[in-house]
Ligand binder design. Sequence first.
Ligand code: MN
Length: 752
Amino acid sequence: MELKIDLELEKKEIIKRYRKLLKAAKPFLKDKDAKLIKKAFQLSADAHKDMRRKSGEPYIYHPLEVAQICVEEIGLGTTSIIAALLHDVVEDTDIELSEIERDFGKKVATIIDGLTKISGVVLADPNNSMQAENFRKILLTLSDDVRVILIKIADRLHNMRTLESMPRSKQLKIASETSYIYAPLAHRLGLYAIKSELEDLYLKYTDRETYDEIADKIKATKAARDKFIKDFIAPLNKTLTEEGLNFVLKGRPKSIHSIYTKIKKQNIPFEKIYDLFAIRIILEDVPVEQEKAACWKVYSIVTDYYKPSPERLRDWISTPRANGYESLHTTVMSSVGQWVEVQIRTRKMDDIAEKGYAAHWKYKESAPVAKNNAKISSESHLESWLNKVRDMLERQDTSAIEFVDEFRSNLFSDEVFAFTPKGDLKVLPAGATALDFAFEIHSNLGASCIGAKINGKLQPISYKLQNGDQVEVATSKKQTPSEDWLRFVVSSKAKTRIREYLNDDKRSMMKKGREIVDKKIMQMLSIPTDDNILNELRALFNYKSSTDFLYSVGKEYIKPAELKQYKIVYNKKVGSKHHIKDDKSFAKAMKQIQGEDAKDILLIGEDLDKIDYQLAVCCNPISGDDVFGYVTVNDGIRIHRTSCKNAKELLSQHGNRVLKAKWASVARDSFLVDLTTTGIDRVGLVNDVTRVISSELKVNMHSISLKADKGIFYGNFTVLVHDTTHLNMLIDKLREIDGVEEVLRYENHSEL
Ligand code: MN
């Protein structure tokens, strides 16, 4: 059956809708604005004249509606109306961007260009890096003009409102994309009403049954709710009027989506949700400087009648949210035993809460002048968020998927606010740490942060900020950002800066590492470093890639002195080997190891942090023991005693990996030593032994186990000593104790 379309009637309808738009825009139209809007409308109507939407309606309805949303629901002005009217023209018709620029100016053209670029992007699968990259591009337009995003949201809202006529697959795709990015974006820009509607529509098209069920229940309970609200507000109404306040009282149910989330999250039935609605008190005609006082006055009246729940007081007037939201929320107990949320705000605050970003500009002129640093005006909050977004976009070194993830987590996050020592307020995403705070103030401050005094008490950089914390960042010139930091910072700024630093650092450290290697190899072997040598070095130090190896050298995780180990590998390669076949050659090798002749000797204990060594568990060497170093495959150098039962094998099988080593003269460490004692058991023996160890010699006892069997006493002690002299003194003292027969250093450790 063919559908008859009455073109004349349609034309009239188009004109009617256009007039409606003009009427809504009228209050702020200046000079030639109306003329320009008319021109844009005509151009758009003409360009789209043969096009229809999926619903069969004339296409021009769509740009008209989008423009209407821009005016009425977002509060945008002439430039945006024109851009909204023309937003699909360049993409869908023959009209060129240059024509738009000629007729409407550069600003409009830039916005439309941005909108055209976005329109092709579908972000149904956020894990697809192509789509993520596209999304990043979308947001790049945000850094040019945030109106692109606002108009895009209006466009998306109208598409969601008219999703019914779309095929099912498209419905799902558009709806999920909306919930994934556009609803959070609307939220972040303070467009609460639009955000709720987008979420409701998402639910409607993805879970129709649940949506209808909740919608029906809201409808069914309306009469009872209205009665409740009426009773609840009656005394408030009376008192507020008596106080001479000009106000509007509203009781509105929450959005279907938020009820749905509650049902799902808290697993409670619809009937059990007590905060199905909130009461809102909007104060009219409040002078800017009295806003806060007026809201608290209302709060005091409300709580005169109903007892408030102290933990559910939210003061977003003293500290507005980052998207500019200001309101005073309290949850009070009604006379019928039901909690009710009451939102108190001025008309201006309500406007900003409903229309978000754009409403700020309307009130900009009358914005409060900050009396002190702690009070930040709403605009600067939003400004600072937009700055952060710009900042994030300008850095190229994050992957697109990472970027979208971070961007979204920033969209969703609630805030935590903290103060500088001077009382400046900083708003950060919830979960932000002292380090995030440092980066928020300045990149250099973040990069050199070693901790922070939180309310006067020193805390680590990973300290999670609490609302109201006063933060004094502590820095050190020696500090440098590390990979580790990325595990606990939450703000995009900190993340990007740290990554940036690590990348820069990596490049310059690799370069430095290469220089060190070149120099050292030349010194040692008088040959230039080639790829072959580099690869052998990499293998020797057990790195997966030579870039990682060079980085570690540059960072001095591998000390220049350690590169000497390569000489052994090299010498082996060119044929100089020493084999140990018998006890005689072992003794000779041992003597060489203990000799003083070589300058290439490993000094253990000096600059402990320079050399990656461990004391072997098989022989448990302590300072003063005769030792040698053995280059292991995975764990750096291991120090063994020359008397170690494994020494022979190591020297004979892997002689090329043995290093001469001795203890540095100044021992800075303590060593654990196991002692075994046997003796004749008698009363007070244990007491004497422990007295000698702890009191007389002030040796720390780490563990002790004792047993007596048939008059014989066996004791095992683990003690902490400085070196062999210290140990020998202890052993001598113990041997002097009456009854003690033998004291031995226990050596036969098995590998752990
Ligand atoms: Mn559109």
